[in-house]
Design a binder for this molecule. Sequence first.
Ligand code: ADP
Ligand code: ZN
Length: 761
Amino acid sequence: MSRERQPGLFEIEPEPEPWELAESSEFLAAQVVFNRPMDTVYHYLVPESLRELIEPGQRVRVPFGRGNTSTLGYCVGLTTDISTRKRLKTILEVVDRVPLLSQQMLGLTEWIGKRYLSSWGQVLESVVPAGVKKQAGTREVVFYQIAEGIDDLEKLKLPKKQRVVMSILDSAEAPMRVDVLSEAADCGTSPINSLKKKKLIVPERRRARVTEIDDIEVEQQADLILNREQQTALDEILKTVRAAQHETILLHGVTGSGKTEVYIQAIREVVSYGQQAIVLVPEISLTPQTIRRFRARFENVAVLHSHLSDADRHWHWQQIAEGDVQVIVGARSAIFAPTPHLGLIIIDEEHETTFKQHSTPRYHAREVARERARSESIPLILGTATPSLESLVRTIDGHDKRIVLKNRVEQRPLPPVSVVDVRNDPMIMRRHSLGRAMTNAMQQALKTGGQVILFLNLRGFSPVLWCPKCTGIRCPDCDITLTWHKDRSLLLCHSCEFSMEAPERCPTCGQPGMRFLGAGTQRLEAEVKSKFPDSSIVRMDSDSMRKPGSHDKALTAFREGEIDILLGTQMIAKGLDFPNVTLVGVIDADTLLHQPDLRASERTFQLIAQVAGRTGRGEKGGRVLVQTMNPDEPIIQFAAQHDYDNFARYELKHRKAMKAPPYRSMARVILRSLDEKIVEAESKRIVKIIREDIQEKSLDVRVLGPAPAPLTRLRKYYRFHFQMTSDEIETIQSVWKDVVSQLKVSSTVELTIDVDPVDLR
Ligand code: ADP
Ligand code: ZN
């Protein structure tokens, strides 16, 4: 809203008295939201003294609530609308000197609040990085310039040192920082202080950067010559770029088809207009390899990942806001980069679930990107070898465009995938992880100088410590079995920090003879080491890669051939491009498939396709072995044949029959409490209110539940959940808005709503 008096306001009202007009033109109110779960936008009077300072996008300090506690809020607009002026409280302070968010980003954050049912203030609080709010890495520093009206320095007759200071300031283009000035004049601070006392120079306090940033120099490389498929894809994308319109393009290209090169050349065009591009990648893909690829092609690339210090984040934010950055490469939250002229957004590996935020506001970066691209009239490119069914269906519906890259670059074939039935494998029956065929294939690959990647999506040593008389050992605070971590000699909970030593007797029934069942990456590592004693082996999972930089180090060693076998969790499944990998082994396709999750099949297909994509990238070719107890499972067969289209057809039919996403929108409500009875009762009561509301208005909303959540207990909290589905997300939103204010949830119960959940545990 602008400061201008709104047109139409006085048309309906009687002509105001002249004195009233004069007074009202001075009236200015700020619209303020708070980082609290409430929808209201509050109005506050802007006092005369703050009128020149306040702008939307700044934080303000205002009296709030009955006690008028001084509270931080975000100014989201200004208004002269007189109807808001009744007994307004007054703003105490404008906290930020410049707005933290542009008008456009205010609009985007408001949209996120509505779409994901969280408050605007909560969204703002989470979108602006902490380092930006506290201006990390900057300090108040004194700058000096020559006082006004002093022009003839010769006449002043100053001592030598002061003369030097004056002449340096005289030739400087801008006020100089005191430390820089004293260094340039080769003097201490006393000549400067004397000049200040004489009022010949004037100080000014300003915030300036105090920590240094390493500017990485990377040798620039020329763009590659695209092959025909890539060129066709680029031409289609450029058409949209040049039309300056919004369109979402799904770039569906098999692994190794050269999608990144297409992104780079699309960005090239946007950069030539002086605009910026945002490239979102899963956090795990933010490897030096990806970063180098972009840095080698563009002069000014900002990389935003979760390990940045507050000071670095603040610095990048400023550089981006000033338009000094051409390309921003980053994880999920980089979608909020404050680019002044955004020209293109790219999401690589768009099917990844890490684009969904798992705390309030629970936004999906892909949908936020779509909205941002729409509001800025620019294209959005979603790149992947295995599109999410959500994105695929939008192209089938005709909302978005799909461009397919069927072939790998340089005519390299996709690797052949063999499904290995391990039901009767003698090794597997003796509880080994490597079956006979897998062991042979590994020997073969290593003998011919190739490298091997083994994928197992479970970290730790053994997932279950099993008592022959009863069940496994569970976390006392969460409802999941503990995993044995041999390297630390501890049973660990993978949901909380709980750990315990392995008991000799079962804690439940007191029987001895506890056995470890199943295999995690640690156990696999031990087995591989004993079977391949001459090979060098590295395990890559969140336990072994805890130190920052260890991930990069391991990958570099693997690239340089110092490692023969790389084994790990999905950390190794993504985006790696190593030409010498001639064998990829999927140790266990079944645990993926049998997760209690509506997307279990989709994830299994994606993971097998992605890990398979890590081989066959060089001259030597490569192959993939998938061990399974369900060799006839269609999903595994589709993955083995690289047959995305038939996988999608099969799975979509199933989803349609189940009335599940992507055909229906979904919101999941999670309730948790330390008291199991209360959370159950509250869940039932709330669902009843919602059902009544739905019935009364005869709305198309189905409510499933309440039921104990699959993870029934987490960190001591008992969890219940229920799901609402509807053809339109708006219907669910309106039901929730209607009832949420009258729920009066017990203070011992916490409630969250997750719109478009990707995790149903
Ligand atoms: P994707 O992202 O589709 O898996 P990449 O972009 O990683 O594929 O490309 C795979 C490999 O092919 C990379 O090493 C890349 O440098 C190379 N490449 C891409 N396009 C071309 C091209 N037109 N000519 C030669 N090599 C290319
Ligand atoms: Zn736990």
